[in-house]
Design a protein around this ligand. Structure first.
Ligand code: MG
Length: 403
């Protein structure tokens, strides 16, 4: 049996007009989603993710159930973004801990992650990050191109490589959480983890105070540190916990397995031996063909292994390929974004003219949205006021535009 107590808060922060984070927590599941996109679309994406996970997981509280819920959320957000022009480019992170039941009826905590919202485990005042950030800088740390210290200040540390609702399929990290009674878990959006040091998070989240006070202290500290982004935190504390006998640590793709590519078998045996070709010649030709095909495949892979942002008819567009092309493989346009080039800051327009390379389609779309939002934020601001509401133990502080 696994039981936890919980408290949660979400706050617009001091800079943003809207709260695009969405949260949910009950006695079976905790979810933080950090939405992104132009206009109010990020709010739509994060709310959809949280509602779908809540609904689906309670129908099927297993690891597979939550995986499918995330897959369904990805599909529905993507489909909404394609059908509704003002939702173009929206997406959301999602980090969730579900109390999942395995085949033996054992209920244990399992973590699911897409994006850069974070999960931490707290034990005896010590903090351990359970999730990996899916950002360009963190991917480069894992590839050895950056040190962890360089990643902390790298300009692309906030640029996501995985987001729900941007591509047909998304990779989800799934990890069993091994916990003891008294352990706490903190789920939070980057509006909290970017503002506070690991030491401050550890100290506030493990304070021997009621959970709702600890959560409020975390959110207040992030506001005091600048509140540059929306701030969300969920804190759970285990009263009882059973750990699964078969811990999981894997990354699953929500893509459907491809239909059997090789259905049936082909026979290369000839009914009549050819008079001019011995088996040695045939073998040599097969090897040569394989080498040529392999070489072409490598060149093609290199040519299309990257994406870039560029301009097409005054609109910011995403292209796949190398900007200069490789041999006969030319870059081709994947999609227009919803942003015209004139809706970027002048320095970004100049960068776009030279094309901006991105490792994945998701990263390219997210970066286009980031550049557009940077332009919006550079426009004259309006004054704000703060409204605080409280429902069923979840405190929501919303900062809104006046007038
Ligand atoms: Mg955020």
């Amino acid at each position: 049996m696994t039981r936890w107590r919980y408290a949660a808060a979400t706050d617009t922060g001091l800079v943003r007009d809207l709260n695009e984070d969405a949260i949910f927590v009950d006695d079976m599941m905790a979810v933080v989603a950090d939405g992104m996109g132009g206009h109010a679309a990020g709010e739509v994406a994060s709310a959809m993710a949280v509602e779908l996970l809540d609904f689906d997981f309670h129908l099927r509280p297993t690891v597979e159930g939550l995986q499918r819920a995330i897959e369904e959320a990805n599909r529905q957000i993507l489909s909404d973004a394609r059908e509704t022009p003002e939702h173009f480019g929206m997406g959301t992170t999602v980090i969730a801990v579900g109390l999942t039941e395995d085949g033996d009826g054992v209920i244990s905590p399992t973590l699911f992650n897409v994006g850069d919202s974070r999960a931490y485990q707290l034990r005896d005042g010590a903090l351990r990050q359970l999730s990996e950030d899916h950002s360009v800088a963190e991917e480069w740390v894992r590839m050895g191109r950056l040190t962890p210290e360089e990643a902390l200040v790298h300009p692309r540390r906030h640029q996501l490589t995985r987001t729900l609702g941007v591509e047909e399929s998304v990779d989800v990290d799934v990890v069993s959480v091994v916990a003891s009674p008294g352990d706490r878990l903190l789920l939070c959006s980057d509006g909290l983890s970017n503002e506070l040091s690991a030491e401050t998070i550890a100290q506030l989240a493990s304070a021997p105070a009621p959970l709702d006070e600890a959560v409020s202290a975390l959110v207040d500290a992030a506001r005091s540190a600048g509140g540059h982004d929306n701030i969300s935190a969920i804190l759970v504390e285990f009263d009882e916990v059973t750990n699964t006998a078969t811990p999981i640590k894997r990354t699953v793709s929500t893509a459907r397995p491809p239909a059997a590519a090789l259905s049936g078998t082909r026979s290369y045996r000839r009914s009549r031996p050819a008079s001019r070709f011995t088996w040695r010649v045939v073998a040599a030709l097969v090897v040569l063909a394989a080498v040529v095909a392999g070489g072409i495949a490598v060149v093609r892979w290199y040519a299309y292994s990257t994406y870039f942002l560029g301009e097409d008819a005054g609109v910011v567009a995403v292209f796949q390929g190398q900007p200069q092309g490789v041999l006969w493989y030319k870059a081709h346009k994947i999609t227009d974004t919803a942003y015209s080039v004139s809706q970027l800051r002048p320095l970004d327009q100049r960068a776009l003219a030279h094309t901006i390379s991105e490792p994945t389609l998701t990263a390219a779309l997210n970066y286009a949205t980031y550049l557009h939002n940077a332009w919006r934020l550079s426009q004259p601001a309006t004054p704000t006021t703060t409204v605080v509401t409280s429902t069923s133990g979840v405190t929501t502080t919303t900062t809104k535009k006046v007038g």
